[in-house]
Ligand binder design. Structure first.
Ligand SMILES: *Cc1c(COP(=O)(O)O)cnc(C)c1O
Ligand code: SF4
Length: 437
């Protein structure tokens, strides 16, 4: 049987002397005793801040609230907390109050691509559905920092119904991503109802849940919750581990339960200065994830949200990390490195360059070791003219009519069926001169 670590026992006994390990493992107990102010943090962890540090910390907490589960706090190395990745992700830093000129309160324009409250509809066939405004632990690097925890509210059914209605009347939506805050902050009953409503919509093919619970409150993954989630397959679950230290016995147990229940598991990490901006840490993280049946999905470049400048790295750091992974370790352990475009352009993948040069019939490539190689292209290749008239085509593509969509963006420029030869941003001065003339 799993028991308290020494640090956990200290914290648990300071909360309530009678705390047993089974109480500690009760997620509601953890939430009830979440650390939300400085005094409690100092008392429970034994960490003492200097008198002159307190006012700046207080000011930071007034702007961005604190919430740390006793479990997550127990992972901090109290003797070395200034350098601790768990501490840095969970505890306030006065540098959060510094707002850089390039920072924005809604860098991803989630509020603009918002047809109804709670829904961000950015990509053609999938939506982000914000179903909760709260998290069990407020990540200091959270993109939605200005909103999450701002008002401690969990939306009511009537608020969620608006989002559900939007999905129901938008047949192009085949993938619904539940996010927040943390969707697993909702009660079991609410989750059951919500998943029931969404999965009953004919055109919804998959549902995803984005949750940090396996990392910050693994005890949320109860047998009762699993019984509910299992009714709504295919359900994909994405979590948010940033550092190998977070894969504790409790976290691994939660992941094993989810994997055994049959959910495909993914992980989205954020590249954070002084937390995980190191190829060795990242490699160790992705190895631990795949050992626990979690597929590294995205590695995010830190967004331009307000107060995150001390967490941001140059993009070169991300490319260096990708360089150290691709080819060097299992393909399925490698996340895709993305920048979520400021202004709402969506995720843009970034990679080291592998194409060195090109001629009409040969491509020069390099591999992860720096070996240069050539790929000889075919001498004859009949390009197939495609006007999207699939019935007359000798390739056997039998799509239902509804699955046909028009080519958009760069795909449009590459197609034969569209006459566009360029994509020109609105307000391009050269083009405006042309219409003037
Ligand atoms: C990330 C994101 C999605 C999902 O994108 P995938 O690349 O399919 O994982 C959907 N909507 C919004 C607004 C997003 O930010
Ligand atoms: S779990 Fe996600 S939404 Fe919640 S505070 Fe952390 S990053 Fe933000």
């Amino acid at each position: 049987m799993q028991r308290f670590s020494a640090q956990q026992r200290n914290i648990a006994y300071r909360i309530e002397e009678s705390t047993t390990y089974s109480k500690w493992k009760d997620w509601k107990w953890q939430l009830k005793h979440s650390i939300k102010d400085l005094d409690k943090f100092q008392y429970l962890t034994g960490i003492k801040f200097a008198e002159n540090e307190i006012p700046a910390l207080q000011k930071t907490l007034e702007k961005f609230p604190l919430s740390i589960t006793p479990y997550y706090a127990s992972l901090i190395d109290f003797n070395n907390f200034q350098y601790d990745p768990v501490f840095k992700q969970s505890f306030a830093d006065p540098r959060e109050l510094t707002i850089d000129r390039s920072e924005l309160s809604d860098p991803l324009a989630e509020d603009k691509d918002c047809p109804v409250e709670g829904i961000t509809h950015r990509y053609p066939d999938r939506v982000l559905f914000h179903v909760s405004n709260v998290c069990s632990m407020y990540c200091r690097h959270c993109t939605r920092k200005r909103k999450v925890g701002d008002v401690d509210f969990v939306p009511s059914k009537s608020q969620l119904i608006k989002g559900i209605e939007y999905i129901r009347k938008t047949p192009t939506v085949r993938d619904v991503l539940l996010s927040g805050g943390d969707p697993l902050m909702l009660s079991d009953n609410m989750i059951d109802w919500l998943l029931g409503e969404i999965s009953a919509i004919r055109h919804v093919e998959v549902i995803r849940i984005g949750t940090r619970m396996p990392v910050v409150l693994p005890f949320r993954i109860t047998d009762e919750l699993l019984e509910i989630l299992k009714k709504y397959q295919p359900l994909w679950i994405n979590t948010h581990f940033n550092h190998p230290r977070e894969l504790t016995f409790s976290a691994r147990t939660a992941l094993a339960k989810l994997a055994d229940a049959g959910f495909p598991l993914g992980n989205q990490s954020v590249l954070l200065a002084d937390v995980n901006d190191c190829p060795k840490i990242m490699k160790s993280l992705v190895h631990k994830l795949v050992q626990n049946r979690v597929r590294p999905y995205y590695l995010y470049q830190c967004d331009l949200s307000e107060g995150l400048s001390h967490f941001r790295t140059p993009i070169g750091k991300g490319i260096e990390i990708m360089e150290s992974l691709i080819g060097h370790t299992s393909g399925f352990a490698i996340p895709r490195y993305v920048i979520d475009a400021p202004g709402g352009g969506g995720k843009i993948p970034i990679m080291p360059n592998y194409i060195i040069s090109w001629s009409t019939n040969k491509v020069v490539l390099r591999n992860y070791e720096g070996v240069l190689t050539t790929y000889k292209e075919p001498d004859s290749y009949e390009p197939r003219f495609c006007d999207r008239d699939c019935e007359k085509c000798d390739l056997e593509l039998n799509l239902e009519a509804s699955a046909e969509t028009e080519a958009i963006g760069i795909e449009k420029l590459l197609s034969d069926s569209d006459k566009s030869i360029s994509l020109i941003p609105k307000g391009n001065e050269r083009m405006e001169r042309r219409t003037d003339g």
